[in-house]
Write a protein that binds this ligand. Structure first.
Ligand SMILES: *[C@@H]1O[C@H](CO)[C@@H](O)[C@H](O)[C@H]1NC(C)=O
Ligand SMILES: *[C@@H]1O[C@H](CO)[C@@H](O)[C@H](O)[C@H]1NC(C)=O
Ligand SMILES: *[C@@H]1O[C@H](CO)[C@@H](O)[C@H](O)[C@H]1NC(C)=O
Ligand SMILES: *[C@@H]1O[C@H](CO)[C@@H](O)[C@H](O)[C@H]1NC(C)=O
Ligand SMILES: *[C@@H]1O[C@H](CO)[C@@H](O)[C@H](O)[C@H]1NC(C)=O
Length: 479
């Protein structure tokens, strides 16, 4: 097709957007159309609504800086191994002191290179009972920048127990123009943590990203900032304060997760916001994500699904079964909740309170910054939970299987979701374009006619233009 780009703009630009939604098999055509606009940069800006180059941000453009110490690294590196791709990623780990030679050489090829942080004894640290390593960890930012990597768009920082979902990190950052000054991350889920530390801070454990030009400037001035904040507790407070001095505030992305909670993280993972999952944190402080598995095996299990369809992992879709009046909430690749009754959508989307506050004692500690719903004390009165058992990919179609892993001693009457043995979910591999990332839209699901009471089959698909995700009318009439 040799038509001029302008022709395409006037004739096709609005339909082009529709095409993207209609079928991802047209993805190649769409891609070709987009690339044909490269002759006319303005047209591309118009279509992509932002920086013409960010659409091609890839892992190659990111440099990671991970803060650890020689004591915790031997354990925590097992988490880093789950997401680190040695041949495809750039970055480093900063430790306080060198590892012994045996530890250092054992699995070095699977991990980022290790650097030893500069001495920070010249800086004051006055938070009583805090750890002065906060200064060293804050300087991971400037020391990572000082390694002079080339062709960098973003620097991404995290703790040794921050696990990233790299494809989703790239997707999320690709929404932003890396030539502007961005500081991207998230607050804590815990109200009291935010109130105590700051609502305008990106919490370090969730990980945060700083665009190249901002990181360069920050690296230059950080030491002078550190002099002014000896009274702060952590490294993240120091970074946020210095960026505030540079006039830059946080841009929040809900895919970064500090996970300031203990107990069963189920609720947060089952009712994820409509945004690609970028990071998780504090896994060692919570119960394993999957019953009957260790924390590490749980994380590996989740990564298996995430590798198949990274953008869909934890994305929530809700459908209603008419026959048994069930409400089915799928958190793709992780778990499915089946309510024995019909529940209004906004109530399903609330986070079930399966976890406990990070700190106990004060009632304020139990306040979280999202909508929650009760987690009944009686397990028999909770929705029935099916955890992901396995996932597989055929072409661009995924099938994921969910089973009841935690068997409660409850009666299972005829029509009870406890009689379900297995749930099979069919979905198309998710490939979000820039528009879809900017204006997220929940997908729809259907209980497929192939379903039987013991084997429920669910199909996930894009919703129709004006489709409502709602309880069937049938139910309303019968009550
Ligand atoms: C560790 O390795 C370094 C360099 O490879 C060497 O100089 C040093 O002697 C080694 N230390 C021990 C305790 O083996
Ligand atoms: C990085 O570049 C700066 C300025 O050009 C230079 O002073 C420094 O030595 C370089 N660092 C490395 C690790 O090459
Ligand atoms: C998946 O289900 C099968 C059959 O119930 C079971 O043997 C297997 O252990 C399960 N795997 C996981 C990872 O839960
Ligand atoms: C999980 O472990 C419990 C006890 O540790 C056991 O009773 C139960 O059968 C196990 N469930 C599965 C699905 O393996
Ligand atoms: C299950 O509950 C029934 C009735 O409440 C009780 O008789 C039975 O002992 C329980 N079984 C187990 C394994 O707890």
């Amino acid at each position: 097709m040799k038509a001029s780009p302008l022709f395409f703009k006037t004739q096709f630009s609005s339909r082009l957007i529709n095409l993207i939604f209609i079928s991802s098999s047209l993805g190649l055509i769409v891609y070709l159309l987009f690339s044909s606009f490269s002759l006319l940069p303005n047209t591309r800006i118009l279509l992509l609504g932002g920086d013409p180059f960010s659409s091609s941000t890839s892992l190659d453009h990111i440099v990671f800086g991970i803060a650890s110490n020689a004591k915790s690294w031997p354990k925590r590196k097992e988490y880093v191994k789950m997401w680190w791709k040695p041949d495809r990623m750039r970055g480093c780990v900063f430790l306080d002191v060198p590892l012994d030679n045996k530890t250092a050489s054992y699995d070095a090829s699977l991990l980022p290179p290790v650097y030893i942080s500069d001495d920070t004894s010249r800086f004051r640290y006055t938070w009583r009972g805090g750890l002065r390593s906060a200064i060293r960890v804050a300087r991971v930012v400037s020391e990572t920048v000082a390694l002079n990597h080339s062709n960098v768009r973003w620097f991404v920082f995290g703790d040794d127990d921050t696990v990233f979902f790299p494809e989703n990190l790239v997707k999320t950052l690709s929404k932003y123009d890396h030539e502007l000054r961005y500081f991207i991350g998230s607050s804590s889920e815990s109200f009291i943590q935010n109130r105590f530390f700051s609502f305008s801070m990106a919490f370090g454990g969730a990980g945060f990203a700083i665009s190249y030009p901002l990181a360069k400037t920050l690296a230059k001035v950080l030491d002078s900032c550190l002099e002014r904040y000896p009274h702060l507790y952590g490294s993240d407070g120091r970074i946020s304060s210095c960026l505030a001095e540079l006039g830059v505030g946080i841009t929040r992305e809900p895919g970064f997760h500090q996970m300031d909670m203990t107990g069963d993280p189920f609720g947060v993972l089952a009712a994820h916001p409509m945004s690609p999952l970028v990071s998780l944190h504090h896994t060692d402080y919570m119960e394993p994500m999957f019953p009957n598995m260790t924390s590490r095996d749980s994380m590996r299990h989740l990564y298996k699904a995430a590798e198949l369809d990274p953008q869909r992992i934890l994305q929530q879709t809700v459908c209603y079964d008419r026959w048994f009046s069930w409400t089915i909430s799928v958190s793709w690749g992780y778990a499915i909740e089946v309510f024995g009754t019909h529940v209004l959508l906004p109530d399903v989307l609330r986070v079930p309170a399966t976890f406990q506050p990070w700190k106990k004692g004060n009632v304020l500690n139990s306040l979280f910054s999202f909508d929650m719903r009760e987690h009944n004390k009686d397990p028999c009165r909770r929705p029935v939970v099916f955890h992901m058992n396995k996932t597989f990919l055929e072409g661009d179609q995924t099938t994921s299987i969910y089973r009841m892993m935690k068997r409660e001693n409850c009666t299972a009457d005829l029509g009870s979701p406890r009689r379900i043995r297995m749930i099979k979910v069919h979905a198309q591999k998710l490939t979000l374009n820039l528009k879809q990332l900017q204006a997220p839209k929940r997908q729809c699901c259907d209980v497929l006619p192939t379903s039987r009471q013991e084997t429920l089959e669910i199909g996930i698909r894009e919703c129709h233009e004006d489709e409502l995700i709602h309880m069937p009318r049938l139910y309303l009439e019968s009550t």
